[in-house]
Design a protein around this ligand. Structure first.
Ligand code: AMP
Ligand code: ZN
Length: 121
């Protein structure tokens, strides 16, 4: 049985209790479009199990975390990003601005994404 947190927005999308524009779903992983996209393609790839952040990752999660990269590659191809490139981001905790505490990988592309991180001026 996959562990869900009934309070968690992403768990609710995974279980169909909240609407989401689902792009991919299997027994381990779900991918859906970000509600507030910052690039022409902005998809969130999440484990179906409620893992709050990278800070909570354990060796038992390695299979699903690896699978997230395979799904990222497949979606990048499907959504037309593979040739020109894309960025995968996993924000963790306060300094990274993590807002939703259900681990997620942002798949971003469809335009030049600029430098990896804005430099302090
Ligand atoms: P992060 O800052 O890495 O925690 O990113 C959380 C992301 O979740 C943001 O890009 C939000 O726009 C996105 N988000 C929040 N609520 C929803 C939702 N209901 N459906 C889809 N994406 C969402
Ligand atoms: Zn969750």
């Amino acid at each position: 049985m996959t562990h869900h947190d009934p309070e968690c927005i992403f768990c609710q999308i995974i279980t169909g209790k909240l609407p989401g524009k689902i792009e991919y779903h299997d027994e381990q992983v779900t991918a859906f479009h970000d509600i507030n996209p910052i690039a022409p393609v902005h998809v969130l790839i999440v484990p179906n199990a409620h893992i709050p952040s990278v800070n909570a990752v354990e060796p038992e999660h390695e299979a699903v975390l690896g699978h997230m990269f395979t799904v990222a590659r497949e979606l990048a191809e499907k959504l037309g990003l593979a040739e020109r490139g894309y960025r995968l981001i996993v924000n963790t905790g306060e300094h990274a601005g993590q807002v939703i505490f259900h681990l997620h990988m942002h798949l971003l592309g469809g335009r030049s994404l600029g430098p990896m991180l804005a430099r302090r001026s």
